[in-house]
Unconditional design. Structure first.
Length: 193
């Protein structure tokens, strides 16, 4: 099977994150505005690749005040950096349906390599006849390495906001149908009669 192109199904793809608050409790949130393209080779998944972008302004933690602070210059500075992006550079097989996907993650103006553990959930046919692919990915980053350094020291010791961010991504992607050549039009590169 040749590599096929899939676009993210935005209605069924999201990026969830979690970090510690006051060293004890956990704050969770998600980014709803995710877009991207996968070049998927089912027979040789290590030859696959993908690019993703996230609309940072779609961040939601269940608190408008906190979301506004996260969008501000203290954190993501969405006015100047409206998106973050990930471009894969390597796919390694771990065994079964598990893979390690490494790529360049850009947040604000900082780009660093990050590796996600990815489970390939398989292909299924949608009602419109197109193939869909599913994935579940997990990873962790140190937010301070990406310039997200705002914090407050606690009187009891430690920090208000944890530096380690756990990331969980559920991906649904829809195959881009191959475009059939128009009748009477020779394929590109074919000899003309």
């Amino acid at each position: 099977m040749a590599t096929k192109t899939f676009n993210l199904d935005k209605a069924h793809t999201d990026v969830v994150f979690a970090t510690k608050h006051m060293m004890v409790t956990t704050v969770r949130g998600l980014f709803a505005g995710v877009d991207g393209t996968l070049n998927l080779d089912v027979e040789n998944p290590t030859a696959s690749s993908g690019t993703f972008t996230v609309d940072v302004a779609t961040i939601s933690t269940g608190s408008e005040q906190r979301d506004g602070h996260l969008r501000s210059a203290d954190f993501f500075d969405v006015e100047h950096y409206p998106t973050m992006a990930f471009t894969s550079t390597k796919v390694e097989a771990k065994g079964g349906s598990d893979y390690l996907v490494t790529g360049d993650l850009t947040i604000k103006d900082v780009t660093k390599p990050v590796t996600f553990e990815v489970e390939y959930l398989g292909l299924y046919a949608a009602m419109n006849g197109t193939q869909h692919a599913g994935f579940h990915a997990t990873g962790k980053i140190n937010r301070e390495e990406f310039g997200l350094t705002w914090n407050v020291a606690l009187e009891s010791g430690g920090w208000l906001v944890g530096k380690d961010i756990k990331i969980e991504i559920d991906v649904a992607a829809e195959e881009v149908p191959a475009v059939a050549p128009e009748a009477g039009v020779a394929p590109e590169g074919a000899a003309q009669a």
